[in-house]
Design a protein around this ligand. Structure first.
Ligand SMILES: [Zn+2]
Ligand SMILES: [Zn+2]
Length: 311
C-alpha cells in the first residue's frame, strides 16, 4: 500500500461517521436528530419537576464526559473495522439471495405465484422487519445469557450517560456478529422473495426497501439512548419498545438486568418473559454498577473482554 492509498483509507474511515449524519438510512441522520429533539422538548415541557433547560439539553458531562468520549472513540474505531473487516463481506447477502433463488428454480421450477410486484414488496418489507428484529432479539438474548458473549456486550452497557451516539458503542466483536446476522437474514429472505417475484422485482429494489426504518428513526428512535423519558401508552409497550423501555435495559439495578432486549418490537420480550413496562419503573441510573471502573476509558472497553475471559 502506498502513501496516497493509506491517506484515502484514513479519509474513508473518518468520513464514515460524518456521512451517518447526512444519510437518511442512518439513525443519526440530522433530520432524525431534529425530530428527536422536538420530541425531547415535548417531554421536557410535560415534566412536572423539570431541571433547568440548559442542564437538561446541554449538560457538559453528558455530551463530553468520559462515557461520551468512549462512545466517540468507538464510533471511529468501528468505522475502521467496517472498512477493513466487514465491508468486503457485505456482498455475501447478494450471493446468498441469488443462490437461494437459483436453488428453488432448479429444484421446483419457476415460481407460479401471480402476486403483483407491489404486494410482493409490501410482504417482503414486513417479513424482513419482523424476522430481522426476531434474530436481533435472539442474538441480544444470547449476549446477555451466555457469559462469554456478555463480556463483549458489556461495552454497550458500560455507558454511564446515554446520548444518541451510544448506539454505536459496541465492541468490534459484537459489531461483526451483528453484521453476519444481517447478511444471512437479509440474504436468505431476499432470496425467497426474489424467487416468488419471478423476475418482476429486481434484487436492488428489494435491498433498498426500508420504509419501516424511516418511520422508526423519524419517531424518536434516537431517544432510546438518552435521559429523555419518552414512554408509550402501556398497551403499546407490549408491541413496540419505547425509548424509556430501552433506558430501563441500560439500568445499573440488578432487577432490571436482562430485560427489554427487543430492538423494535416488544412482543419478543413478552414471549420470553423479559418485558418491563415504563409505568413500573421510576428513577434510573445507567451502567454496570460496581464494574463501571473497569470500563472508564476507550482502551479498557476494547481490552476488558479479552482480559476477563483469559483470567
Ligand atoms: Zn443489552
Ligand atoms: Zn442500548
Amino acid at each position: 500500500m502506498n502513501l496516497s492509498e493509506l491517506i484515502d483509507l484514513i479519509l474513508e474511515i473518518v468520513q464514515m461517521p460524518i456521512n451517518y449524519l447526512l444519510s437518511p438510512s442512518k439513525r443519526i441522520f440530522l433530520v432524525y436528530l431534529l425530530t428527536s429533539f422536538l420530541l425531547a422538548l415535548f417531554v421536557f415541557f410535560r415534566t412536572k419537576e423539570k431541571p433547568a433547560f440548559k442542564k437538561y439539553f446541554l449538560s457538559k458531562k453528558r455530551w463530553f464526559g468520559s462515557s461520551a468520549i468512549v462512545d466517540y472513540c468507538l464510533i471511529f474505531f468501528n468505522s475502521a473495522v467496517k472498512v477493513f473487516v466487514i465491508s468486503p463481506f457485505l456482498i455475501f447477502a447478494l450471493y446468498i439471495a441469488e443462490g437461494i433463488n437459483d436453488y428453488f428454480i432448479e429444484t421446483i421450477g419457476p415460481s407460479e405465484f401471480a402476486l403483483s410486484s407491489t404486494t410482493i414488496i409490501i410482504v417482503y418489507t414486513i417479513t424482513i422487519v419482523v424476522v430481522n428484529d426476531f434474530f436481533s432479539f435472539l442474538i441480544h438474548y444470547f449476549m446477555h445469557t451466555i457469559p462469554f458473549l456478555w463480556e463483549f456486550h458489556k461495552i454497550h452497557h458500560s455507558a454511564t450517560t446515554l446520548t444518541p451516539f451510544t448506539q454505536y458503542r459496541i465492541h468490534p466483536i459484537e459489531l461483526i456478529v451483528n453484521n453476519i446476522k444481517g447478511v444471512v437474514v437479509k440474504g436468505a429472505i431476499t432470496g425467497v422473495f426474489l424467487y416468488l417475484a419471478n423476475g418482476n422485482v429486481s434484487i436492488v429494489t428489494f435491498l433498498g426497501v426500508n420504509i419501516f426504518n424511516f418511520m422508526f428513526y423519524f419517531l424518536g428512535a434516537n431517544l432510546r439512548h438518552s435521559h429523555v423519558k419518552l414512554k408509550y401508552f402501556s398497551f403499546i409497550e407490549n408491541i413496540l419498545i419505547s425509548p424509556f423501555q430501552h433506558q430501563i435495559h441500560h439500568s445499573s439495578k440488578k432487577e432490571h438486568f436482562d430485560t427489554n432486549l427487543g430492538s423494535r418490537f416488544a412482543f419478543w420480550d413478552l414471549l420470553f418473559g423479559t418485558l418491563i413496562k415504563s409505568k413500573n419503573v421510576k428513577e434510573l441510573t445507567f451502567g454496570l454498577g460496581d464494574e463501571d471502573k473497569d470500563y472508564n476509558s476507550f482502551s479498557k472497553n476494547l481490552t476488558s473482554p479479552f482480559r476477563k475471559l483469559f483470567n
